[in-house]
Design a protein around this ligand. Structure first.
Ligand code: SF4
Length: 242
């Protein structure tokens, strides 16, 4: 099993096509079993959704509905389903875990400490991601190298031994400008918050616009120092107790 994951990732990395649709097609052809794209409706997720829909690839579309997304994000979710005639499946936080979280920390407790913020991301994002990826053979993400220092080493395909799947980043070598340019030229629906200075858009209370000269993820958990990661792209186990 482990050898299979490594061999598949290695083969995909050995001949990465230039074209995005070909990259998605190569991943679909190389990985037997279920493939899932997790999208948060950012520009990368929208570009990948467009590529999957237009090519008719058998790749499931899933979003983690934290319950704290921007109204604009929910509108975009609906608009994307209408545009492409597909359903983007939502995975929600466990209701009992969410109740324990808010009992302990309150509705805005994630601002109190890094541990409280990680607890919230753990319940609202990381645990639902584990549910979304249960039984999945390939996980398609919108990761790019230039998003942050922590993502500099991202490759097209990696063997995720903990989750037992091949993790894919078809946009790993794309720039933010190239993604935005394709969104415009292909008339792909996107979040209007991007036109108001937001770059990486997550939950409403934890996202602010990015200022000139700041990194792409500077608007996420801006009150914290450090890596600015919610845990989705850190190796498990990463699900702090609520
Ligand atoms: S981004 Fe903020 S609101 Fe969303 S899950 Fe993380 S801490 Fe909670």
């Amino acid at each position: 099993m482990a050898e299979d994951l490594f061999a598949t990732a290695q083969a995909l990395n050995a001949t990465v096509p230039d074209d995005l649709a070909e990259r998605l097609g190569a991943a679909r052809a190389a990985i037997p079993g279920r493939l899932v794209l997790t999208t948060g409706f950012g520009l990368e997720g929208q570009l990948l959704t467009h590529g999957i829909a237009r090519a008719g690839l058998e790749i499931e579309l899933v979003t983690l509905d934290t319950g704290r997304l921007f109204p604009e994000t929910y509108e975009l979710w609906a608009e994307t389903e209408r545009r492409y005639g597909l359903r983007i499946r939502a995975v929600h936080p466990d209701a009992a875990a969410l109740a324990r979280l808010t009992d302990r920390h309150g509705p805005m407790g994630f601002r109190a400490s890094v541990a409280a913020r990680e607890a919230c991301c753990g319940v609202r994002k990381v645990a639902p991601l584990a549910m979304a990826l249960d039984g999945v053979a390939g996980w398609v993400t919108g990761l790019r190298r230039s998003q942050s220092a922590a993502r500099r080493a991202t490759r097209f395909a990696e063997a995720d031994m903990e989750r037992g799947l091949v993790k894919l980043a078809p946009l790993f070598d794309w720039t933010a400008e190239a993604v935005a340019s394709h969104i415009r030229s292909l008339d792909i629906p996107y979040n209007p918050l991007f036109d108001r200075g937001f770059v990486s858009i997550g939950c409403q209370p934890c996202t602010r616009p990015v200022r000139v000269g700041e990194s792409e993820r500077a608007g996420r958990w801006w009150w914290e120092e450090g890596a600015r990661e919610c845990g989705l792209h850190l190796p498990p186990p990463y699900a702090p107790a609520a």
